[in-house]
Design a protein. Structure first.
Length: 277
């Protein structure tokens, strides 16, 4: 079947060569610079693709030949332009070792920061210079699970649309606003104007999170995996808090520290109680 010709799957367009312009363009999205230039990213795997809000932001669905032989592709064809690739070409687009045969080419998500700050008792997480893709994806997934209103990522953080970040979010990227390349100074200034306290997760904090009143609007700032918060970042915060560690470890993984703080907020808001620890 010639390239571009409709096949047995209705409106699916076939691509059979790595020299195809569309294939080259999609393959280039594995590079951060191209993702930023195109305003697109690749969402890989059935579970992740299923989390995409219907009718929103999909330029293409891309399917492998093997996937098409065992799945009904009608839902993809009805939702967006659909491309069919030989398995060898499809695998070239994927970051996983065992591709599932489906991916989506998505427009980068756009959220309104002002809308987040207008919410009642916003509950926010800020991160300074997170570098590990798995950590960032886990932080986003945890923030989503806890009902946080948004996540803010400082300049210098790992790319939000890095494939490993995306996989670690398990689709939470589509549920919670995430702002990247933000100025922590500007964001901290907005919090001060709104009267929202910004708490730093810090080893030298005097108070533990259980003693804070987190039932009202609040925000947390977590630091880099290896260095923690910079002095400049810590200075932006209204209070430093320390997570108790009675064992021998000197610190917690950044995503674990974020989870402790986020879930204490959830506990207080559900129970209505502040601990007296």
């Amino acid at each position: 079947m010639s390239e571009g010709q409709k096949g047995r799957h209705g409106g699916v367009k076939q691509i059979e060569s790595r020299e195809n312009k569309t294939f080259k363009r999609l393959n280039g999205l594995k590079n951060r610079r191209n993702r930023e230039k195109e305003g697109l990213f690749l969402a890989e795997g059935e579970r992740f693709v299923s989390e995409i809000p219907k009718g929103e932001g999909v330029e293409y669905f891309v399917l492998s030949e093997t996937f098409c032989e065992t799945h009904d592709t009608a839902q993809y064809e009805a939702a967006a332009k659909t491309l069919l690739l030989p398995d060898v070409l499809f695998d070239m687009l994927c970051d996983t070792e065992t591709p599932q045969g489906v991916l989506a080419v998505c427009k980068k998500l756009e959220w309104q920061e002002d809308e987040v700050f207008r919410r009642d008792k916003p509950f926010l997480l800020l991160a300074e210079n997170l570098q590990d893709p798995g950590n960032l994806g886990t932080v986003i997934r945890t923030a989503d699970a806890c009902g946080a209103d948004a996540v803010f990522l400082s300049k210098g953080s790992v790319d939000l649309y890095n494939p490993k970040v995306l996989r670690a979010t398990m689709g939470s990227l589509f549920h919670i606003p995430v702002f990247q390349n933000v100025s922590l100074e500007e964001t901290a200034g907005k919090l001060r104007k709104k009267g929202i306290p910004l708490y730093a997760a810090h080893l030298r904090g005097e108070d533990m999170p259980y003693a804070l009143n987190l039932q009202n609007a609040c925000a947390f700032l977590i630091g880099n995996e290896g260095r923690g918060l910079s002095e400049k970042g810590a200075a932006l915060c209204s209070q430093w808090v320390r997570i108790p560690m009675p064992g021998h470890a000197e610190s917690l993984n950044a995503s674990v520290a974020a989870a402790v703080l986020l879930y204490e907020t959830v506990r207080q808001r559900i129970s209505g109680n502040i601990s007296k620890i």
